[in-house]
Write a protein that binds this ligand. Structure first.
Ligand SMILES: [Mg+2]
Length: 124
């Protein structure tokens, strides 16, 4: 079974990098460029995992995640925050906002596939 992963990220270079790595590892990847599109595609696709950027124009990743987690139809989706300002204090903020985990950018491209696999296997 091919796992579906949704990448919600406004930065084109990051979006392409994530997509290329994940497609190389056999995942079915869909991308969205802001929170509105992310929520719409998440509801439509019901992906196995969502990588959600925090800072985006329009609807940010925090708001989009709270919307998905409040909706009974989508609150079971696994959502990983992508953040460029990761500090220990922020971790609690992300978990409180409904994220299942977070990943700080710049990402380690060698570690990413292993992390993805762990998140997919985790019973959240
Ligand atoms: Mg961004």
């Amino acid at each position: 079974m091919t796992h579906k992963i949704l990448i919600v990220e406004d930065n084109e270079n990051n979006r392409n990098l994530f997509r290329d790595i994940l497609e190389f590892h056999g995942y079915a990847v869909t991308v969205a460029t802001d929170g509105h599109e992310g929520v719409a595609k998440a509801s439509e696709l019901m992906p196995d995992l969502i990588l959600m950027d925090i800072q985006m124009p329009g609807m940010d990743g925090m708001t989009a995640t709270q919307m998905l987690k409040k909706d009974p139809a989508t609150n079971g989706l696994k959502i990983i925050a992508l953040t460029s300002f990761a500090m220990q204090a922020d971790r609690e903020k992300f978990l409180a906002a409904g994220f299942d985990d977070y990943l700080s950018k710049p990402i380690n491209t060698r570690e990413l596939p292993q992390l993805i696999q762990q998140w997919l296997e985790a019973k959240v």
